[in-house]
Structure formats: structure tokens, C-alpha cells
Write a new protein. Structure first.
Length: 434
């Protein structure tokens, strides 16, 4: 990804230096296990660790690969240049390139998941804080973009919190699923390497041995991982879309923080645009873009092909770097979001009580009016509000068929906003467990 949408911590996971360092650790731990089993001399295994603190020369490895056309062989050649050809002659004993490449990819994905979990934690903390801050801040709920019934801003934040909490659980599961390693040799039969080598390498690197690999780790694991990232990206967009709607001039119930000196438009000095949340919508598309290729990587020829390799070299860094950036951008937006409770009430009252129609409908049915007649009576008066700007309560009080069933006091009571917020504490207890 371009630096504009990258955070250094995540970028470092995918750097050539990090990749080669992981390759080295896999090879060195494998040599230790081979030596412990008596397969290779102990002194050769110990010699490999002489490269532990030596920076690998990325340019030199690239130079060798330009000749060998094989990245792992290029790395092994460079390692031999560091520790000596004789000392390095047992490195990679019984292994195949995919043992190194696949195990490394999974280590990188696990590390990336750990950073993404931290980003989700920041988002969750921001959503929870704003939910409690605005637990009782009344706003209109909308369906199809149209005024429905009253809700609270706190419930909006709580809803997003619950969704992100589910995403955190999904990512924890995806992390666990992809945290496997394979050191099983050509076609995965362990013909030339003892399974105990794999067990040792995985233990040292915090992985679980793949129960059965071919020459590659099964890609259904990776498909699940990237699909999970896609779901998280969609949830980010879900929050972003709500904020973008609230910042529309005609709504203006909330807006992104507009910092001193910030400019909204090169042409119109008055503009304050939801640029961060629009950006998040775009970034979410990029993350989801990786999901279908990851799913298509599951089907490989026989015990191995490399059709998945070029895909993963791109979607591994691109999706994790992008999602990491997006999570922290979203957290910042929520933390600084400017909320306008007065505008929320103004919008709620824009149609003069119209949003209380269901309460009147139910009251009429409870008073003995058939549902069909009750709906007709309420809708008849509601349409006057839509079409003529009338006051809904006044129209109901002036309708003899309505007042024949409900007293003025009973009609008045149906316009109490508190009725719609009386279960907010119950919902919060369900979401936050408090």
C-alpha cells in the first residue's frame, strides 16, 4: 500500500527484512531439531545461529535471485555466504520451499492479526465511551432513509459496538485458524524429514503443526482469514455511512471534527466535508477486493501449485495494512465526532408528531377498533402532515372517529418521548454486560 494509508507498525511486518528474518528462524530451529534427533551434527546447527544478529543484505539476495530465479534458494545461498558453505550444508535438510514460505506467511498473518485486534480495541473503546455519553440523547430512527420512530444516539453507538465486538471474536478465530505451520517436505509426506522437526519449529514460533499438509498449508484457512477482514471492512463502512448521512447539510446531527486551519474545498470556503468517512468507504472496498481471490486460492492442483502465491504476495500486505489504517482512522473519527443534540430534536419534530403514529394505532386497537379501521384512521391524519404540514396531534384531536375511541388525555400521552427510551438501560446491559 502507499504510505498515505499505511502505519509503520503494520508495514514492518511485510518488509523484506522481516520476511528473511522469519525464514532464518524457521531454518535455524529446524536445524536444532535435526541435531537433537542426530540427523545433522550439532556444531552445524549451532553455526547457523551465527547469523542471528547479522542483517541480511536484501540487495544481495535480490542479485542472487536474478540468476537462480528462486527466492528461497537465493536466501539460502546468502545465508551460506554469512556462516560458511560447509557450516550451511545441512540447512534446509529434507525441507521444501513451501515449508518456509507458508509457515512465514502464517506468522506474518498472526502478527498482523494482533495489530488489527489492537485497532479493534481502540474502536470498541471509542464506541463505548460515546454510547454512554449519548445514552439518552434522543434522535429519530430511520428506515429506508425515512423518519420512523425515536431512538437515541447512544443506541446507535451501542449497535456499532456490538457489531465490532462480533468482529473481534471473528478475527480471534481467524487468527487461531491461520496460526499453523508445516515442515513436512515435498508433497507433505515427511519422507525426508521427521515430523518432530515440524513440532519443534512450530512450538518455537508459536504455531500449531498443520494436521495434514500437501506441499502447502491448505488455503481454506487463508480464505477464512481474508473473508473475516472483508467483514470487518464492511462494518467500518457501516459506521462511516451513518456518519456521512448525519453530516449532510439537511440533517447535521453530527459531523467529523474540523480542525483549525483545515480546508474543505478549493473552490468553496464554506465547505466542511465528511472526507475521513468517505475515505473509509473507499478503503473498505479495497479490503473486500481481496476476498474473492482468497476464496479462489483454495482450489490448487494436486499437492501443490503456485497460482495462490502471486495473489498472497499482494493481498497479504495490502489488506492488513489498509484495514489497520482504516481501524485507527475510524477510531479517531468516533473519538472526535461532534454531535448536535439540538439538531436531532429539531429533525425529530420536523413533521410535528408524525413519528408517534404506531402508538396511536396500537392504542386504537386496544380500545376496540379493528386493526384495519385503526390503520385507516391514523394514516388519514398522517397524510395531512405529509401533504399539508399539519400538526399530527391536532389532527387526531379534531377527528371524531379517533376521539370516539380515545380521550384527549389518552391521545396526549401517546406523544411522550420517554416511552421510546424506557428500555435503553436494558439494551445497554445486554450489549455492555453492565
Amino acid at each position: 500500500m502507499i504510505p498515505r494509508y499505511s502505519r509503520p507498525e503494520m508495514v514492518a511486518i511485510w518488509s523484506p527484512e522481516t520476511r528473511f528474518r522469519i525464514w532464518f528462524e524457521i531454518e535455524a530451529h529446524a536445524c536444532d531439531a535435526q541435531a537433537a534427533l542426530g540427523v545433522i551434527p550439532k556444531e552445524n546447527a549451532e553455526a547457523v545461529w551465527r547469523a542471528k544478529d547479522v542483517p541480511f543484505d536484501v540487495a544481495r539476495i535480490d542479485e542472487i535471485e536474478a540468476v537462480t530465479k528462486h527466492d528461497v534458494i537465493a536466501f539460502l545461498t546468502h545465508l551460506a555466504e554469512i556462516i560458511g558453505n560447509d557450516e550451511a550444508r545441512f540447512v534446509h535438510q529434507g525441507m521444501t520451499s513451501s515449508d518456509v514460505l507458508d509457515t512465514t506467511l502464517n506468522i506474518q498473518l498472526v502478527r498482523a492479526a494482533d495489530l488489527l485486534l489492537k485497532g479493534l480495541d481502540r474502536v470498541l473503546a471509542a464506541l463505548k465511551a460515546r454510547a454512554y455519553e449519548h445514552k439518552d440523547t434522543i434522535r429519530i430512527g430511520r428506515s429506508h432513509g425515512i423518519h420512523a420512530e425515536p431512538t437515541t444516539m447512544g443506541l446507535t453507538f451501542a449497535r456499532f459496538y456490538a457489531e465490532m465486538k462480533r468482529n473481534r471474536e471473528r478475527l480471534e478465530n481467524a487468527r487461531k485458524e491461520v496460526a499453523t505451520g508445516a515442515i513436512s517436505g515435498a508433497v507433505g509426506t515427511f519422507a525426508n524429514i521427521d515430523p518432530r522437526v515440524e513440532e519443534h519449529v512450530c512450538k518455537m514460533l508459536g504455531l500449531t503443526p498443520e494436521p495434514i499438509s500437501t506441499q502447502v498449508i491448505p488455503r481454506d484457512r487463508h480464505a477464512m482469514f481474508f473473508a473475516t477482514l472483508g467483514v470487518i471492512a464492511s462494518s467500518i463502512e457501516n459506521v462511516a455511512i451513518e456518519i456521512r448521512h448525519m453530516q449532510r447539510t439537511e440533517v447535521l446531527e453530527a459531523e467529523e471534527y474540523f480542525s483549525p486551519g483545515q480546508k474543505g474545498s478549493s473552490a468553496m470556503p464554506h465547505k466542511r466535508n465528511p472526507v475521513l468517512t468517505e475515505n473509509l468507504t473507499g478503503l473498505a472496498r479495497l479490503v473486500r477486493m481481496a476476498v474473492v481471490p482468497a476464496l479462489e486460492n483454495v482450489a490448487l492442483w494436486h499437492e501443490r501449485d503456485i497460482s495462490h502465491s502471486s495473489v498472497e504476495r499482494m493481498i497479504g500486505p495490502d489488506t492488513t495494512i489498509t484495514l489497520d489504517f482504516a481501524l485507527h482512522r475510524l477510531a479517531g473519527v468516533v473519538e472526535k465526532l461532534v454531535v448536535y443534540p439540538e439538531n436531532m430534536l429539531k429533525n425529530l419534530n420536523k413533521f410535528k408528531g408524525l413519528v408517534m403514529s404506531q402508538r396511536v394505532l396500537l392504542a386504537l386497537t386496544q380500545a376496540g377498533v379493528s386493526r384495519e379501521d385503526a390503520y385507516r384512521l391514523v394514516q388519514r391524519n398522517a397524510m395531512k402532515v405529509w401533504e399539508k404540514g399539519a400538526d399530527f396531534k391536532s389532527e387526531l384531536l379534531a377527528d371524531p372517529e379517533v376521539t370516539a375511541a380515545l380521550s384527549p388525555a389518552e391521545i396526549e400521552e401517546k406523544f411522550d418521548l420517554g416511552y421510546h427510551t424506557r428500555h435503553v438501560d436494558t439494551i445497554f446491559a445486554r450489549v455492555f454486560g453492565e
